[in-house]
Design a binder for this molecule. Sequence first.
Ligand SMILES: O=C(O)[C@@H](O)[C@H](O)[C@H](O)C(=O)CO
Length: 474
Amino acid sequence: MSLLDDDFLLTTPMAKKLFHDHAEKMPIIDFHCHLDPKEIYENKNYKNISRIWINEGSFGDHYKWRLMRANGVPEELITGDGDDYQKFLAWAGTIEKALGNPLFEWTHLELRRFFGINDVFNTKTAPAIWEKANQLLATEDFKPRNLIKRSNVQVVCTTDDPASDLKYHKLLKEDEAENGFKVLPAMRPDKAFNLTTDGYGDYLDQLGAVSGKKITSFKSLVGALRQRFEYFESLGGHLSDHGLNFFHFVKASDDELNDIIDKARHNKKLTKTEVDQYQTMLVEALMHLNKEFNWTMQFHMNVIRNANKPMFKSFGADGGFDSMGTQPDLAQEFMKLLMDAQEQNEIPKMIIYSLNPNDWMQLATGMGDFQQDGVQKLQLGAAWWFNDTFDGMKRQLTIMAEQSLLPNFVGMLTDSRSFLSYPRHEYFRRVLCNVIGEWAERGQAPDDEDYLGKIVEDISYNNAHDQFHFFDKD
Ligand SMILES: O=C(O)[C@@H](O)[C@H](O)[C@H](O)C(=O)CO
């Protein structure tokens, strides 16, 4: 088979039928990504392929940055102010060695799907690819909105702080009919959780100002967040998203929480228990709000962030210096949260991603203890970040099938900062069709294309459409 042949990853006749006749045609609802709504609104062409592929200022694809560093590329040719063409050649030299890494396939998929370039990308072909790609990048077809449209994307959910004014979401809402897609906010209140970081007090003041609720207590903090839920909802937002790098379930009274907030505001040292108490009670408050607003709550858990301190100091977060967390009891601690919330029937719709696949069985089976009030209220999230690979995707799909009901799965998301990343949905759909096709081949599933095809179409699009109800008012 040639590289990225039409049937790549599809090893059975059923898999080929399921992908080509069912998955491939389905639109995309990308319900978690890090695209900048300002860039979508301003809709400017990228100067060259290094800017859309590697970095534009401090914004860019840290997946690539990590590999380039591993290949000895100096930082000036990664996130620095080095020459764009030299960055591109450095990326070509890195990709030559990325066999078996998803970026090898994703990079070639992006060249084929957007640029019509079917060459193998390496240092020999890089000069010609640079010329052809840059010519195309200057055209109308390569403006951000057209890249989204060409990818058959119906919804882009960005990742937004509760204090955001969502200026560009409002502006893009006016262009929704013309664009043919929605750009919707998903609330990421991590700054409200991170009470041990500098600026926590200032952030509460900022959140208080935009919500019109002066934050002097835990109750008023929740009141401010409630107002932001109302604001995000008014612009079509139906998801929240939470980066729980670690988690320990410890309850607290309102008085204890108010003391904790006061200490944090005055930069007084907090005990580990106090941090755990605050985060536990804030998660529970947000669970209540998600349930009340009929939103879906996403959790991104078990991460070591910014491990390279010198680089964090010089570059900041999301620089490619994060890795899989190893809190061994995180799933168990999360189960305590679910057990406690269930007492008050306060568990909302949830999608739970752990960066550590050792958590997946605990989470998948644990969620099975609380599946009530609707179809697949709790879901094991798509293979996330370092698990976003052929094997990782296959493993997540298999666990969800073995421990719950895969046909209810809301499927894939890009989680990306690049407008060229939508082929990750194609990659996922190929893995999905191959898994189901292999079951049919082995006699573990009926050899019934209509039945299996409907399942594939549901996981590719219909389930997300129904779960997130973005089109309710349409
Ligand atoms: O949402 C997250 O926590 C992660 O997606 C994280 O932001 C990371 O930078 C990422 O994009 C992984 O794909």
